[in-house]
Design a binder for this molecule. Structure first.
Ligand code: HEM
Ligand SMILES: *[C@@H]1O[C@H](CO)[C@@H](O)[C@H](O)[C@H]1NC(C)=O
Ligand SMILES: *[C@@H]1O[C@H](CO)[C@@H](O)[C@H](O)[C@H]1NC(C)=O
Ligand SMILES: *[C@@H]1O[C@H](CO)[C@@H](O)[C@H](O)[C@H]1NC(C)=O
Ligand SMILES: *[C@@H]1O[C@H](CO)[C@@H](O)[C@H](O)[C@H]1NC(C)=O
Ligand SMILES: *[C@@H]1O[C@H](CO)[C@@H](O)[C@H](O)[C@H]1NC(C)=O
Ligand SMILES: *[C@@H]1O[C@H](CO)[C@@H](O)[C@H](O)[C@H]1NC(C)=O
Ligand SMILES: *[C@@H]1O[C@H](CO)[C@@H](O)[C@H](O)[C@H]1NC(C)=O
Ligand SMILES: *[C@@H]1O[C@H](CO)[C@@H](O)[C@H](O)[C@H]1NC(C)=O
Length: 330
């Protein structure tokens, strides 16, 4: 071997290590289970269809489950783990709020009977979220797969990393950038609030005495304001729910953005994407674009879902394939 070949081979080796490093960072593939569980997508689809026929809102709940899984220690099914008071299930953003655990159990049982010990709970949640969007009239895509399940559920972490509806826009944006998502992802993924419901307790601060002003949130449209004041009296228990998209609460469409243009966002964290001063030069133009162009919204939403689904996945020999989604393997 002459000297120049040695040098070339050395650089070739370096470049390969470099590429390997980056492919390892994001090694999920859409055909991950093609040979180990060829019917996986059919099985999950069938169970999600059943769950939505039983209760259509479950689609929204499954979508939110994936989001809350991914933001806390990556998309590793950690939110599904049962346990004590410091687990994710009991964290403030999740307790009495996140739904769909029984549906995931049912899907897992069905998947296990076709291909035992092969498919992670984290991947099941990701596919169920995609199916929920599709069955609600939204876009579809091939879900990158190969996530393994985590063994740690951290409730205190969930409390600090998940966005709150009371956060200012700058805080929401930093919680997204902390997991590798940017402002475009904030605005496109917030469009998930085109389906599903929220409890009065999460927006009633806007209805009577907003931020100590003595008046309701002035960015909330007046008819919607009085409807919500009736639905959520100050003496209520905060558990009554309102639809997030009053126009079409079961349809995955871009009407969420029209709502924001009209002061009809339900949560403060929705309306600030359009009405806050800090949104003026940042989020606001995107809200306008997604309102104007539903194809643009669907395309960006899918890109952002894939990015979110790629948050810190456990791959290779990291984590495990849980037998039951609620407990780590012994
Ligand atoms: C931008 C920051 C976000 C905040 C502050 C936020 C906050 C909330 C809150 C407070 C609720 C109602 C919970 C309850 O009533 O207990 C909710 C519901 C929901 N969120 Fe978000 N969310 C955000 C982003 C997202 C993202 C990124 C997704 C998914 C991609 C999502 C999907 C949903 C869905 C589908 C529901 C309805 C769930 C159901 O009906 O069961 N949200 N969100
Ligand atoms: C994996 O399966 C999907 C769905 O059946 C198919 O579209 C895809 O081409 C398959 N990929 C490989 C590499 O076999
Ligand atoms: C996949 O499902 C079809 C029926 O839809 C069945 O005939 C086939 O045996 C299944 N394949 C595997 C590997 O389970
Ligand atoms: C849980 O998260 C908190 C807050 O980030 C951290 O201090 C703690 O070490 C974590 N606990 C475990 C068991 O990972
Ligand atoms: C966010 O990231 C995407 C790529 O993932 C990029 O296309 C987009 O321009 C970025 N948006 C902002 C506001 O930086
Ligand atoms: C609104 O809240 C502020 C601060 O909590 C309080 O000082 C004020 O009395 C309240 N106003 C009304 C009308 O309840
Ligand atoms: C809301 O409902 C949950 C049970 O689903 C209950 O534990 C909680 O106390 C209720 N909240 C209020 C304010 O009554
Ligand atoms: C939804 O909005 C469209 C147009 O923006 C309107 O024609 C329709 O009546 C609305 N539907 C409801 C239920 O508000
Ligand atoms: C943001 O835009 C609104 C009008 O949409 C305007 O009232 C407000 O002054 C603007 N704020 C800044 C900081 O530019």
């Amino acid at each position: 071997m002459n000297r120049s070949c040695k040098l070339a081979c050395y650089y070739f080796f370096l470049i390969n290590m470099f590429l390997l490093h980056f492919t390892v960072r994001s090694q999920l593939t859409t055909n991950f289970y093609n040979s180990s569980c060829p019917n996986l997508s059919k099985i999950v689809r069938k169970e999600v269809v059943k769950a939505l026929m039983n209760e259509f809102r479950m689609g929204a709940s499954l979508l939110r489950l994936h989001f809350h899984d991914c933001f806390v220690n990556g998309c590793d099914g950690s939110i599904l783990l049962d346990g004590g008071a410091d687990t994710e299930k009991f964290a403030f953003p999740n307790v009495n709020s996140v739904r769909g655990f029984d549906v995931i159990d049912t899907i897992k049982t069905s998947v296990e009977s076709a291909c035992s010990g092969v498919v992670s709970c984290a991947d099941i949640v990701a596919i169920a979220a995609r199916d929920s969007i599709l069955l609600s009239g939204g876009p579809s895509w091939n879900v990158p797969l190969g996530r393994r399940d985590g063994t740690v559920s951290n409730g205190s972490l969930a409390n600090v990393v998940l966005p709150s509806p009371f956060d200012p826009l700058s805080t929401i944006v930093s919680k997204f950038t902390n997991v590798g998502l940017n402002l475009t992802d904030v605005v496109s993924l917030s469009g998930a609030h085109t389906i599903g419901r929220a409890r009065c307790a999460l927006f009633s601060n806007r209805l009577f005495n907003f931020s100590g002003t003595g008046s309701p949130d002035s960015t909330l449209e007046t008819t919607m304001l009085s409807d919500l004041q009736n639905l959520c009296p100050q003496t209520g228990d905060g558990n009554t729910t309102a639809v997030l998209d009053r126009n079409s609460s079961d349809a995955f469409d871009n009407h969420y953005y029209k709502n924001l243009l009209n002061g009809k966002g339900l949560l403060s964290s929705d309306q600030i994407l359009f009405s806050s001063d800090e949104a003026n030069s940042t989020a606001k133009p995107l809200v306008q674009s997604y309102n104007d162009d539903s194809t643009l919204f669907f395309g960006d939403f899918v890109k952002s879902m894939i990015k979110m689904g790629n948050i810190n996945p456990k791959i290779g020999s990291d984590g495990e394939i849980r037998k039951s989604c609620r407990v780590i393997n012994s």
